[in-house]
Each structure stands twice: as structure tokens, then as C-alpha cells.
Design a protein. Structure first.
Length: 558
């Protein structure tokens, strides 16, 4: 077990920025960047002009977390890129405070032609083996003494540096060659597939699990980019940032990364939209689909999954809603939307609108779709919709009703014939809080299991698995009557469930706010755990993704 210590960085770098500062490479001398040497022409001393911080721009630092793993005595160079949020001409001073000799070497700084900077920092080779975490306070200043802070400054950049005693120490990351996990499909949308079952038909050996890599979101001045749940296809994973509307045009984008090594492949910014938001993406048949924007500036986008080239941009109605990933099946893209709430359908190739069905104004859901119907779950009621025409076929309301309640974010789960599951969670422990089994043929509820259920359940083989924060247990419910066949409770030091359920032939994966666990479906015992928490996905290459708000951990499963 590594000891946790505080490690604080400290640098003072004068950064040439904008039109006059690019195109040269220099290293720091005496804490200041030595830029191009120009013999000035003597001019009269001008009258000092007050500096308004808003005249200047701060820098976005990528990655958003300084993160590395290395063995004692063999430090790895830490690389950061500082990019101007808004280009400007002048000199800014980037100051990162330090109090010990953990990073004694002056950073190497390269000034690029576009005004961005590449900053390289090498830790001391004498740092003791330990797990160092904390925050670096970054000040961007208009003067060498940092009397005047620029707009958005200061801001914090987290760091997570694991210095190991030997290469085999616990916590190390193992890359290795990616290979297909037989039986595992692409994780194309919310909970993996159009039925949102969260089930991947593979049998796993926990002894083979190992951490592969860790990726951290970029820092935008004043905040870190919150990232969406991800989807995965053909060795690439996709996610969005800028999930909620704000007054800033930057930070709203969709990204494609290589799952082998977390190298970025392409990105598309939505800064040209009048009202910027970016929802989680889906990926299917070589295209990435994402709803972005708000109000009259809302669109369904499609991009080429490999190149990122925009294929279509189709108008859709919206207020300021947040969505789950679109659901794609049979050549049609389905998503929630509408000024007053409902379900949109688009042709997956041309992007033309197929239909819109008015349902009610609710956030953070996506339909489930089978061969005939689409299903929308909200307010304790399940609406059955013809997936070709958009016509409402039935609305099934739970006994006692929950109309007007705020639904749990998620989607219906299509189980066996004529059975669909949904969770109603008004946000409180009320009689309306429940896991519900809907009988589609009889247009009624089959059974209701009271509880404060978190996230989406998963289904396979006549059993539905759900996370109950009231009992604080993973529960395995029988499809026939909803009885709990077995349950599992996390250790006492955990607090609540925060993930959906991910299911394989032999394991159930679930995440608390502190740890991700794998529970054996036969013995009901924990067979693996990892100290990271978030939403879960499993790729066709056998990578388990744990996605937190500001970072992703990838786990090799074979």
C-alpha cells in the first residue's frame, strides 16, 4: 500500500503569447522564458495605461490532471500543453507554486507558432515510493510579481503521481497488444445496445484483469471539462464534454480516442452554435451520432467514426435539455428532444427527420427500441411507440401513479418477450420509488419492487439486476414475480451506488462512489475491485471503462 503524500509544483514562466510570441523554441532560464532577442528602437516612455484583466486570456492546460506512473529512480517527464482560450498579443506569466525539491528542475517550454506552449517537467529521481495526489494552483498574471491576475485565474489542476518501488508494484499500468474478446460486441450506446440490457455475453477470469491506462480531462480556465458516458466501436472510444448549457462557447465538443493508448484521434467543437450543449454520443455502422445545442440552435449530428468528418447536421427542437446517448437501430436514430419534450427519429444515413412524438418535458433519457416498437419511460409510466411511424400504441402507468415526478436518468430495459423494465425515482424515498416490470401484451404492470434505485438495471436469463440505494444492495430480481433471489452489499466504508449495472455471463459489475466491484453471479462474492468510480462500459476488445466526471480508467479484462 502506497503512502499518500502531498506534492506541490512550483514554476514561474513568462509566456510570450499571440502574434508576436510564436515560432521559437526556448528553455527557461532563471525561471523566465527567453524569447526571441530583438534590439528595440528607443521610443518615448508612454503614459502608463491601466490593465484590465478581461483584456487578457488564460490558458487551457491539457491534460487536466498531471498523471504518471513510474519506478523510483526512473522518473518520466510530465508533458502539458498550454493553449490560449482567446488569442491575444502580449506577455503573460504562468506561475505554479512549489515548496519542496520534488520537482527541482526548471521546466522546458516550447513556444509554438499558434501561441500555445509545450511544457515539460521532470520530477526528481530521489522522490520516495508513494502515491502523490493533490492540486496545483495555476496563476496566469499580467506582471512578474503576479499582482494582476488575468481573467479566469487562478485555477487548479489535479495531479496523481504513483511512484513505485519496483516495476511489479501494485497499481502499475500494463498496455499490451489489444485483441478481440470473443463474444463481446461493440458498446454502441447507453448500456451497450438498443435494448439497454447492459449485458455482454462473455465469461471473464478476474485473475487476468489489470489496469491499462488512465486518462484525465483537459482543464479549461476556471473548470475541468466534465465528460459524458462513453461508447466504443472498432478500437475507438467516443465521449462528449460540455454537457450542460453555459454562457461560454468553448468546452462543448465530441472526441474520438484510440482505446489502445488513449491517444486522441479527432474532435469536433460545437462553438459555432448559438446555445452550446453536447450530449453523450452513440456509434453505429461507422458513424458517431450526437445531439448538440439548445433552443432554436439544436441539431442531430453524424460524423464519420474514423475521420471525424461531418456527415449531416439535422435541425431538431429542444429547450435546454440534457440527453442520454441516442439509440440506433435498423437505419434510424432515436433520441429525446422537443420544445415541450418527446422523441425524435432521424434517418441514420441522410439525417432526415422521420417523426416527432410529444411525450412530456424530461431530461436525461433515451428510448429503448426493438424490432417493432420504441419505449420511453418517465413519471412512472411507460409509453409504447410504433418505431416506424411514431404513433403511440399504449401508455402503461404504475399503480398509484407518479405523474409529475422527476424520473431517474436512463432508459427502459427490453427483457424477454413482452417484458420491459423501468425505474421510477422521484429523487426521494417515496411510495412511487420503484423498479417496475411492465407487461407489454397485457398493457399493465406485472410487479413493482419498492426502493431507491440508482442508474439502469441490467438483464439476462430471467433475472434483472438493480442497485438499491435504500437497502444499499445489489439485488437480483426474478423475472416472474420480482422476488430477490440474492443480494450483495458493499463494504461499510462505501456510501452509495453511482453507476448502472454491467453484466456478463459470470459477473456483475457495479460502482459505488469510491470503488468498482465485480461480483460472481454464482457465489455472490467479490472477485475483483478497483479504487475508481464512475459509469461503466465494456468494449469488443475486452476493455472495461470506468468513466468519472473528469477522467477515465481502462482495465484489461483478458
Amino acid at each position: 500500500m502506497h503512502q499518500k503524500r502531498t506534492l506541490v509544483l512550483g514554476l514561474a514562466v513568462a509566456l510570450l503569447a499571440g502574434c508576436g510570441g510564436g515560432g521559437s523554441t526556448s528553455s527557461t532560464t532563471g525561471g523566465l522564458l527567453a524569447g526571441p532577442q530583438v534590439t528595440p528602437t528607443p521610443t518615448p516612455t508612454p503614459t502608463p495605461t491601466p490593465v484590465t484583466p478581461a483584456q487578457f486570456a488564460t490558458y487551457t492546460l491539457t491534460p487536466g490532471t498531471i498523471s504518471e506512473v513510474y519506478v523510483v529512480g526512473s522518473p518520466k517527464t510530465l508533458s502539458l500543453k498550454a493553449k490560449q482560450t482567446v488569442p491575444f498579443t502580449g506577455v503573460a506569466y504562468l506561475v505554479m507554486n512549489n515548496d519542496v525539491a520534488a520537482l527541482p528542475n526548471a521546466p522546458s517550454v516550447t513556444v509554438n507558432a499558434d501561441g500555445s506552449l509545450d511544457i515539460l517537467i521532470t520530477p526528481s529521481a530521489t522522490i520516495a515510493a508513494a502515491h502523490y495526489t493533490g492540486n496545483v494552483t495555476v496563476n496566469v498574471c499580467a506582471d512578474t510579481k503576479c499582482v494582476t491576475q488575468l481573467a479566469g485565474s487562478p485555477f487548479k489542476v489535479p495531479y496523481d503521481i504513483d511512484v513505485q518501488a519496483s516495476a511489479s508494484s501494485s497499481g502499475g499500468f500494463t498496455t499490451g497488444k489489444l485483441s478481440a474478446l470473443v463474444g463481446a460486441p461493440d458498446w454502441e450506446t447507453f448500456q451497450g445496445n438498443a435494448a439497454h440490457t447492459g449485458f455482454v455475453p462473455v465469461t471473464l477470469t478476474p485473475a487476468n484483469f489489470s489496469p491499462r491506462w488512465k486518462w484525465n480531462a483537459s482543464t479549461i480556465p476556471g473548470l475541468t471539462s466534465k465528460i459524458s458516458p462513453l461508447t466504443v466501436s472498432a478500437g475507438r472510444f467516443y465521449f462528449a464534454t460540455g454537457l450542460e448549457w453555459n454562457n461560454n462557447q468553448y468546452g462543448h465538443a465530441v472526441f474520438a480516442f484510440n482505446e489502445d493508448n488513449a491517444a486522441q484521434i479527432w474532435t469536433h467543437e460545437f462553438s459555432d452554435l448559438t446555445y452550446t450543449m453536447a450530449n453523450p454520443p452513440a456509434v453505429s455502422n461507422g458513424k458517431v451520432y450526437i445531439a448538440a445545442g439548445a433552443q432554436f440552435s439544436s441539431y442531430m449530428f453524424a460524423f464519420d467514426a474514423v475521420s471525424g468528418k461531418q456527415i449531416f447536421r439535422s435541425v431538431m427542437a429542444d429547450q435546454y435539455a440534457s440527453y442520454q446517448a441516442p439509440t440506433v437501430l435498423g437505419g434510424t436514430v432515436y433520441t429525446n428532444g422537443g420544445v415541450n419534450g418527446g422523441m425524435n427519429a432521424f434517418d441514420a444515413t441522410a439525417g432526415t427527420a422521420t417523426f416527432f412524438t410529444l411525450l412530456g418535458n424530461h431530461d436525461r433519457w433515451t428510448p429503448a427500441v426493438d424490432a417493432n416498437n420504441a419505449y420511453a419511460m418517465m413519471d412512472g409510466r411507460l409509453t409504447v411507440i410504433n418505431r416506424s411511424t411514431g404513433a403511440k400504441l399504449a401508455t402503461i402507468v404504475m399503480p398509484g401513479g407518479a405523474i409529475g415526478a422527476v424520473p431517474t436518468a436512463g432508459a427502459p430495459v427490453i427483457a424477454s418477450a413482452n417484458t420491459v423494465y423501468g425505474i421510477n425515482n422521484p429523487g426521494l424515498d417515496t411510495p412511487a420509488s420503484a423498479l417496475i416490470s411492465f407487461d407489454i401484451a397485457a398493457q399493465t404492470t406485472r410487479w413493482i419492487a419498492p426502493g431507491v434505485y440508482m442508474g439502469n438495471p441490467a438483464y439476462q436469463g430471467g433475472v434483472v439486476y438493480a442497485l438499491n440505494n435504500k437497502s444499499f444492495k445489489l439485488e437480483a430480481h426474478a423475472e416472474s414475480d420480482g422476488s430477490v433471489a440474492w443480494s450483495w452489499a458493499p463494504p461499510a466504508d462505501q456510501h452509495k451506488f453511482i453507476s448502472d449495472v454491467l453484466l456478463t455471463n459470470n459477473l456483475v459489475f457495479a460502482s459505488t462512489d469510491m470503488t468498482t466491484y465485480a461480483i460472481d453471479r454464482v457465489t455472490h462474492a467479490v472477485v475483483w475491485s478497483y479504487p475508481a468510480a464512475g459509469t461503466l462500459a465494456l468494449s469488443a476488445n475486452g476493455i472495461l471503462y470506468i468513466t468519472a466526471d473528469f477522467g477515465i480508467v481502462a482495465i484489461n479484462l483478458h
